[in-house]
Write a protein that binds this ligand. Structure first.
Ligand code: ZN
Length: 295
């Protein structure tokens, strides 16, 4: 299995702990992202509210979607903080790609790295992509217009650079202009976009677009944003060639320097896929993107 979405938060799980966790759960390789916040904790509120939130978000009733999206949007606070389950976490404006490069170079058989950019940050995204994309194993670009709070149009130079270098982008969408997935897909047909967490907060619409747009994919990572009904919806709407397995670890599932992959392994099993679809979602679709075969 290939995990396309994991945050290297070494205060929660060390590199060695992650390798052991991958080995014990059959994960051959993991694509690392620099962390942008301290370790996020699950609490009772989240456990109770999450299923209701997710149900309303994937509802066919537009008013329900809009109401839930407004709540989702309210989690991003002023002065670079985010509210997760009623608790405030400070965000990193410029996530540290150097550490990701180091770990990828130390374990080239086990890790890939995403180059995390922020067009509102301190470093120019294009110069970061120029520098890091030359390094073997640094596979594409991650952007978080939701938590870093910017319109996706600010990713114009980043996406143009990815198009030129044939690099995929992993994007966690915000709301409104911060989540304009259709604009990205239309303007950069040469970039394979993987929208995180089935395209939250536009899961139904993003998955529907993935079915028709060759450059649109979704990942089914993060137990706060994905459950079995949503993952099934993603596979049904986007198609089994357009969904990628991932964890969004180490958040919510780590203990004693181990990341517990079992929720995500079980999630995939619970989709009751045939073996070909399961293989494509667990690794084949991501491999195809990395080999540039999906273009
Ligand atoms: Zn993530």
């Amino acid at each position: 299995m290939l995990d396309c979405h994991y945050h290297l938060d070494e205060s929660s799980v060390s590199v060695d702990g992650l390798l052991k966790s991958m080995d014990s759960c059959g994960v051959s390789r993991t694509a690392l992202i620099a962390p942008m916040c301290p370790d996020i904790k699950h609490n009772l509120f989240m456990a109770l509210a999450s299923p209701v939130f997710l149900r309303l978000l994937r509802s066919k009733i537009k008013a329900a979607n809009a109401a839930v999206r407004a709540i989702y949007n309210s989690w991003v606070k002023e002065n670079c903080q985010v509210d997760v389950g009623g608790r405030l976490y400070p965000l990193t404006i410029q996530p540290d790609n150097k550490r990701i490069v180091q770990v990828v170079q130390e374990h080239p058989e086990r890790f890939y790295g995403w180059i995390f950019v922020n067009p509102k940050g301190l470093e120019d995204p294009v110069s970061q992509i120029d520098r890091y994309s030359k390094i073997p194993g640094m596979i594409g670009v991650k952007a978080h217009p939701f938590w870093h709070s910017y319109p996706v149009s600010m990713l114009w130079a980043t996406a143009a650079c990815c198009q030129e270098k044939r690099l995929p982008m992993l994007i966690h969408l915000g709301v409104g202009e911060n989540g304009d997935f259709a604009w990205l897909a239309k303007n950069f047909p040469g970039v394979n976009f993987i929208f995180a967490h089935a395209g939250i907060p536009y899961q139904r619409d993003v998955c529907a677009l993935a079915a028709s747009a060759p450059n649109v994919f979704v990942d089914i990572s993060c137990s706060s944003y994905i459950n079995v009904p949503i993952a099934k919806m993603a596979v049904k709407l986007a198609g089994p060639k357009k969904c990628l397995w991932g964890s969004d670890g180490p958040y919510f599932h780590h203990k004693d320097d181990r990341f517990d992959y079992s929720f995500y392994v079980q999630l995939l099993k619970n989709l009751n896929l045939n073996s070909e679809d399961e293989k494509n979602i667990s690794s084949g679709n991501f491999e195809a993107i990395l080999q540039g075969q999906s273009k």
